[in-house]
Design a protein around this ligand. Structure first.
Ligand code: ATP
Ligand code: MG
Length: 504
């Protein structure tokens, strides 16, 4: 591609609402364009190239693991969500609308119902299982606070996969396979990440894991142990039991506990003064011990007491649960070493679903004895567009993006500093044609601009390598640049071809 023909509106202006490096550089580098500043983005040619490269890595690894790609209708009939009960339960993030015949529809924020519907119409026997189907498609969530560019958009690209099994055991095997497959994907994309235990709602257990891209700018706090490999989202983290005596000072927090998207109750939580309430654990506890008629929550006088206070409480009908947040320095549940906090960006989530959707939607199969059974499911998501932001959060410097090998919009950038200099142009064109013929994806900066401006664009766009052809060509020298660290090697113009052939 010739830079002079490329639509890449780079700018020095930092967008008003941008604080994160990824948001700033993706806009400044002309990768994406905001649509009305509300979590909606257009992908310009370079952004689309990066998105397609990331998507290709995801697809390649999933296909190798035996998954099959489909494409589901984005517009979803509300009737499917009424069958699962989510049409009413899902909160305001769900965009609901009607067609001209007054039928209800939604824009899919996730596609469990849609995929179960596909499978229940096509799979009848255990002989057709297991099955792992995925798509890489748009999602819409009317996020309350869309922010940080691609990190938390309202419309975004997700890889969502769903597996169907004849037994719990087989689903767990697939869950482990997906964990390994996701690790390969994140490794190929050049990301430093950690797989952590995640909140699985009231079900609890290790049925859900998140893939956290490690970055200080991440919105999630994760609890990690450096002595063993324990890691958990703070929403799900546990530690060894702490001991409190009968005269421990306590704090009482009365909160509207929100769970299942929009069911809420007023509940009183009691915990030691030194502890911090973890709201997700608290809401799960309310749901798990659901003793109260949710229709009349206002009359209920529910007290959930932290497990650490088992010895010392004076409440009537107390419910005990682990509702306090793990703190830094607490003892690891596995090895007893001190836990610490770090920050992560949730880029993937894998979940053992069981029969939560197959039962209400009637997705059954006939087992070996001819008996109808609900299919056992797993669900697996990757935030594909969020990954672009995650890559830049980890790979940038004060000048711009530093794309990793498998995510870069081009493999090589050739910069001709003065296009009025015939020798410079001739060498640039020659290398460009040769590398293209080899199948290397090359960007040739053939613009009339000043050298300084072109170099600034190179640094901002962040293609892993460049050949800079400048004044020193009269001394037979060109520069080979590695974007990471801006490492420059002077190479004789007769040796550059051989060097490129060796590197690419
Ligand atoms: P979060 O906690 O960040 O809101 P989530 O837990 O609601 O995410 P999932 O339902 O697990 O998200 O969706 C699967 C993946 O989709 C997430 O792991 C994340 O990478 C991505 N994702 C979710 N919401 C958004 C969003 N608003 N913008 C971009 N990517 C998103
Ligand atoms: Mg999640």
């Amino acid at each position: 591609m010739r830079f002079s023909r490329l639509l890449v509106p780079t700018t020095k202006e930092t967008p008003n609402d941008a604080t994160l490096a990824s948001h700033i550089y993706l806009i400044r580098g002309g990768f994406i364009q905001s649509v009305g500043g509300s979590g909606l983005y257009n992908f310009l040619p370079l952004g689309k190239k990066v998105l397609d490269k990331v998507r290709a890595v995801v697809k390649d690894e999933l296909d190798k693991a035996g998954c099959q790609e489909v494409s589901l209708s984005f517009v979803t009939p509300a009737s499917l969500w009424q069958e699962s009960g989510r049409f009413e339960k899902y909160g305001k993030e769900l965009l609901r609308f009607k067609d001209r015949k007054n039928n209800d529809f939604i824009l899919g924020p996730t596609h469990e119902e849609m995929m179960v519907n596909l499978v229940r119409q096509t799979v009848k026997s255990y002989k057709q299982l297991p099955l792992n189907l995925y798509q890489i498609n748009l999602k819409f969530r009317d996020e309350i606070r869309p922010r940080f560019g691609l990190m938390r958009g309202r419309e975004f690209l997700m890889k969502d996969g769903y597996s169907f099994h004849a037994s719990e055991e087989d689903m767990k095997r697939e869950f482990d396979l997906m964990e390994e497959t996701y690790k390969k994907i994140f490794t190929r994309l050049g990301l430093a990440f950690r797989v952590v235990d995640a909140d699985s709602g009231a079900i609890g257990g290790s049925g859900s894991k998140e893939f956290m891209v490690l970055a200080d700018s991440g919105e999630d706090t994760i609890v990690v142990c450096d002595a063993c490999d324990y890691g958990a989202n703070i929403e799900a983290a546990v530690c060894q039991e702490k001991e409190f005596t009968t005269d421990t000072k306590t704090q009482v927090i009365t909160m509207k506990a929100l769970y299942d998207e929009c069911i809420s109750e007023i509940v009183t939580f009691v915990l030691p003064e030194s502890e911090v309430l973890e709201e997700v654990k608290a809401c799960n506890a309310v749901k798990a011990n659901d003793l109260v008629d949710v229709e009349s929550p206002a009359d209920a006088d529910r007290h959930v007491i932290d497990n650490t206070l088992k010895e010392c409480t004076e409440y009537v009908n107390p419910e005990y649960a682990d509702i306090s947040a793990v703190q830094e320095g607490d003892a690891c549940i596995h090895c007893g070493a001190e836990l610490r906090y770090t920050k992560g960006i949730e880029a993937g989530h894998i979940f053992q679903l069981g029969t939560q959707y197959s039962e209400p939607l009637g997705a059954t199969f006939l087992d070996e004895n001819g008996k109808a059974q609900p299919m056992v499911m797993g669900t697996y998501g990757i935030g594909v567009s969020r990954l672009l932001a995650g890559i830049i959060e980890q790979h940038h410097d004060e000048k711009g993006c530093v794309w990793t090998k498998e995510s870069a919009p081009f493999d090589l950038h050739i910069l001709v500093s003065n296009i009025k200099d015939e020798a410079q142009v001739a060498l640039g064109e020659k290398l460009y044609e040769q590398m293209k013929a080899k199948g290397v994806d090359v960007l040739l900066d053939d613009r009339k601009d000043r050298f300084g401006a072109k170099m600034k664009d190179y640094e901002l766009l962040g293609i892993p390598h460049a050949v800079v052809i400048g004044k020193k060509l009269s001394d037979d020298l060109v520069e080979f640049v590695t974007r990471e660290g801006m490492v420059k090697e002077e190479v004789s113009s007769s040796a550059i071809e051989a060097l490129l052939n060796e590197r690419f």
